[in-house]
Design a protein around this ligand. Structure first.
Ligand code: ATP
Ligand code: MG
Length: 385
């Protein structure tokens, strides 16, 4: 009896003429996720199997596969001979000590002497008498299920419950976005959500070194690393906005500091995205979360982006929902480390909540916008994650 992992992907997304395209991306991402572990991935009629791995690496493989978007469910299964005795031997090892169960069977080999209903009935009966009253059958709400899949080569796969995958679409099938990655809770989650829809993600971080320290930068690198487990790798670009912030601080109304800085960030982000083939900007903004994330605030930052859409996958999320997702993706502990973000440098006491475009434009006239942007671009650093 040999252990394998069955991988199922979401059919709905994969039908039609594009199917091959999605499957290839999915397969590439699966291989990438386990490439340093000793195992083999094979494709088998509408699903994949991982096989030939070390028993003790099972959990590690499952954990990694859980981070591959497009994966619907998986099962750790045992491959055995398809005769009833062999199946029964494996099924016993999968049973809980007590409770209710059912058997579900599927017959890939139509020449198999029993129909799927007969397989389930036969195996169920054997398990019942073996359990001597500790187990009962419940076909509607069983506490566990034993599944049998009869294959054509005289083998059967026997397994228990399904393990839920990350679902979504394979990364690499929906273009490339540039994620404005801060050191906070929201933006890594925003990147996660877009990768879940198949988008390739590159990250862009603005810092104001030396006002923000090196630990703040390391934190962002760590967040990019966490995100990269879901995005099949990423590249992090960093840009200094120190001189931009100093110029705003020196010349403009303090209550517009954040609004003006944001408009610089968006301008730089769009130009950067166009240079690296990015097709949209992604931010972690959520409507009403803070003063700069009102609809007026979003309008003011959007209005400097000329060609690309700005995607805000968290726009309707409550903070609790974002935190929940952040915890699940493993970013939360890093996100809450207390290092300063550039937005907290020169922070005004009362930021403008509904900034008016005419006021913003008047303040911007005091600045050499193009010169400051050009200078910021000389500070770009590229970090391959
Ligand atoms: P986050 O938790 O993602 O930092 P936030 O609630 O702190 O979000 P803001 O600081 O207003 O909100 O930032 C809103 C969005 O702007 C962020 O989600 C991020 O996409 C972008 N952003 C903010 N600061 C930076 C930065 N230093 N570098 C890159 N992007 C940033
Ligand atoms: Mg922030």
């Amino acid at each position: 009896m040999k252990k394998v992992i069955i991988i199922r992907y979401s059919e709905i997304y994969l039908k039609g003429k594009n199917r091959g395209f999605f499957e290839r991306a999915f397969e590439t991402n699966l291989r990438r996720a386990v490439k340093d572990l000793n195992c083999e991935l094979i494709k088998q009629s509408g699903r994949y199997l991982v096989q030939d791995f070390q028993e003790e690496e099972t959990d590690e493989i499952v954990e990694r596969l859980k981070k591959v978007f497009g994966l619907h469910t998986m099962s750790v299964a045992y491959e055995t001979n398809s005769d009833m005795d062999s199946i029964f031997e494996v099924a016993k090892t999968l049973c809980h000590e007590n409770g209710t169960f059912k058997v579900e069977s599927h017959r890939g080999d139509k020449k198999y002497p029993l129909t799927s209903v007969e397989i389930s009935r036969e195996l169920g009966a054997r398990l019942l008498s073996w359990a001597k009253g500790a187990l009962k059958v419940d076909v509607h709400m069983p506490s566990f299920t034993i599944r049998v899949d009869i294959r054509e080569n005289g083998h059967a796969l026997v397994f228990g419950d399904y393990i839920e995958g990350a679902n979504g679409m394979p990364v690499g099938t929906a273009g490339k976005g540039v994620l404005l990655l801060s050191g906070g809770i929201d933006s890594p989650v925003a990147g996660y959500m877009m990768a879940k829809r198949g988008m390739t993600i590159d990250c862009l971080h603005f810092h104001s070194y030396p006002y923000t320290n090196m630990q703040a930068k390391e934190k962002v690198v760590d967040l990019a690393k966490i995100l990269s487990q879901y995005t099949c790798g990423t590249t992090l670009y960093t840009v200094s906005v120190t001189h931009i912030q100093e110029a705003i601080h020196e010349k403009c109304k303090p209550e517009l500091m954040i609004t003006l800085l944001r408009r610089f960030m968006y301008r730089i982000a769009e130009r950067h995205a166009l240079r690296i083939g990015g097709q949209c900007l992604i931010t972690g903004e959520s409507l009403g979360q803070v003063a700069s994330q009102t609809i007026e605030g979003m309008t003011s930052s959007n209005s400097v982006v000329e060609q690309l859409p700005v995607l805000r996958p968290l726009v309707s999320f409550d903070k609790n929902e974002i935190i929940d997702r952040s915890v699940k993706m493993g970013a939360y502990e890093t996100s809450i480390l207390p290092f300063e973000d550039c937005c907290t440098v020169f922070l005004p006491d009362f930021p403008a909540i509904r900034p008016k475009l005419c006021d913003i434009l008047r303040e911007e006239e005091k600045l050499d916008v193009e010169g400051l942007i050009a200078e910021a671009f000389t500070s770009v650093e590229k970090i391959k994650i």
